[in-house]
Design a protein around this ligand. Structure first.
Ligand code: SAH
Length: 362
C-alpha cells in the first residue's frame, strides 16, 4: 500500500510525517512503532480532531518529552488567518489562511438557518482554466494536504466558536485533481472519533473529471457530488471550460448515473448563468433534458463577474424565467443565494487581491 501513511505524500513540505493527516489506525501504528502505549494515540487524536489543538504544546496531558519528540518528528498543520472579511449584508466571513510554506488559501463561513456551512479550498490555485473563474488565473501552485483541508474547518471553528455542520469543497481548486488527499480528508472529517460531520452534509464539486467521479462512486460514501455543468452542449461547454475538450457531456451524464447507482445519492448540477452565453430559452430546454433522467437537483448561480473577463450576469427576470421553466418541468431547482457580495465574493478573488498587494501591484 503505497500511500499507507497519509503524511508521506510528496506534498509534505519537509519530508517529516504530517501527523494531522494520519487516520486513527495509522496514528496508533506510528506511535506504537515509537514504543508509545495505545491510549496515547487516542489522546493525541482527540487533541487534534476534537479539541482542535493548535500545537503539541497545548496537549497538556502528554508528557513534556513526548511532546518534544513529536515536535521533532512531525509537522503539525495549524492555519493562521492573515485576513478576515465579514459581510455587513449577511454575516458571511471570508478567511485568508497562511500555510507553512508562505502560500495562502481562502475559505468562507456562511450562516444558514439549518446550520453553519464552510466552503474550503482543495488546492493552491487551479489548473482547470474555467474562463469565468478567478482561482485559475495563475494556474496551479500545489495540492493541499488532507490536514490543510481539515484545518480550514478547524481554524474557523476555533475562530468563530461555533460548530460547523456543513462542508462544501467548492473553494479554490479542483478536488478531483487532488483525489487521494481529498479522500483522506473526507474520511478524517466524517470519522466518528473526530469532528464527525455527517457525510450527508458534505458536498464535493467538480468540473467533471470523469474517471475520478467513477472512482469516488466506488467509495460508496454518502456525500453529495456536484457537477459544474454550466452548458448543455459540448460545443458551448468547451467555450467556458477547457475540461470539456477531454470529456463529453454524454460521458459526464453516464458518470453521474453511475454515481447515483452506486451511492443512492442524487447529483447536483451547478449552472452559472452568464448573460447572453448560456441563459437562453433553448439552454433551459436542453438543461431539462439532461437533468430529467438523473432526477438531479439544479443549482443556478448568477455568474459573479471578475474584472479579468468581460462576462456579465444574466438580468434578474431572465434568471427567474430560467428557473420557472425548469420548475414547470418538475426539475428541482434553486438559485444560489449570493452570500458575501460585498467581500470579494467570487472564488479566488481574495487570494488574488492579497497576492497582487504583496507583489506591490496595487
Ligand atoms: N473546481 C470545482 C470547485 C470549485 S468552484 C468545480 O469546478 O466545481 C465552485 C463553483 O463555482 C463551480 O461550479 C464553479 O464553476 C463556480 N464558479 C467559479 N467562478 C465563478 C464565478 N465567477 N461566478 C459564478 N460561478 C463561479
Amino acid at each position: 500500500m503505497g500511500d499507507r501513511l497519509y503524511g508521506k505524500l510528496d506534498d509534505n513540505l519537509d519530508g517529516r510525517v504530517d501527523i494531522k493527516s494520519l487516520s486513527f489506525e495509522e496514528l496508533k501504528e506510528e506511535l506504537a512503532a515509537r514504543g508509545e502505549k495505545a491510549f496515547r494515540a487516542t489522546q493525541m487524536y482527540e487533541w487534534m480532531h476534537v479539541k482542535l489543538a493548535r500545537s503539541f504544546e497545548e496537549m497538556t496531558n502528554l508528557s513534556k518529552s513526548l511532546r518534544a519528540g513529536c515536535e521533532e518528528r512531525y509537522t503539525y498543520t495549524s492555519l493562521v488567518p492573515v485576513n478576515v472579511q465579514e459581510s455587513k449584508i449577511d454575516g458571511t466571513k471570508k478567511f485568508l489562511f497562511g500555510l507553512a510554506d508562505g502560500n495562502v488559501v481562502e475559505s468562507v463561513w456562511m450562516k444558514y438557518q439549518h446550520g453553519n456551512s464552510v466552503c474550503i479550498s482543495s488546492q493552491v490555485g487551479c489548473r482547470m482554466g474555467c474562463s469565468f473563474c478567478a482561482s485559475t488565473l495563475d494556474g496551479l501552485e500545489r495540492n493541499l494536504t488532507p490536514s490543510e483541508m481539515l484545518d480550514q474547518i478547524y481554524a474557523i471553528t476555533r475562530l468563530t466558536g461555533e460548530r460547523v455542520s456543513n462542508v462544501v469543497v467548492m473553494g479554490t481548486g479542483e478536488p478531483m485533481d487532488n483525489y487521494d488527499n481529498l479522500l483522506k480528508f473526507l474520511k478524517l472529517l466524517t470519522d466518528e472519533h473526530g469532528l464527525h460531520i455527517s457525510q450527508r452534509n458534505v458536498t464535493v464539486s467538480t468540473c467533471g473529471l470523469v474517471p475520478r467521479m467513477r472512482q469516488l462512486a466506488q467509495e460508496h460514501l454518502q456525500i453529495t457530488l456536484a457537477l459544474s455543468l454550466h452548458a448543455t452542449t459540448d460545443e458551448k461547454r468547451r467555450r467556458l471550460m477547457p475540461i470539456a475538450n477531454r470529456y463529453s457531456i454524454e460521458e459526464l451524464m453516464d458518470a453521474c448515473a453511475y454515481y447515483f447507482e452506486q451511492t443512492g445519492r442524487r447529483i447536483t448540477f451547478e449552472y452559472s448563468l452568464v448573460g447572453g452565453v448560456n441563459d437562453r430559452e433553448e439552454d433551459a430546454r436542453e438543461l431539462i433534458e439532461l437533468a430529467r433522467p438523473l432526477c438531479c437537483h439544479v443549482n443556478l448561480i448568477p455568474v459573479n463577474p471578475i474584472k479579468e473577463r468581460d462576462y456579465v450576469q444574466s438580468d434578474k427576470e431572465c434568471i427567474i424565467r430560467f428557473k420557472n421553466k425548469l420548475e414547470k418541468n418538475k426539475i428541482a431547482v434553486t438559485i444560489r443565494r449570493e452570500m458575501g457580495r460585498d467581500i470579494d465574493g467570487a472564488c479566488g478573488q481574495l487570494r488574488r487581491r492579497h497576492m497582487t498587494r504583496e507583489a506591490g501591484q496595487v
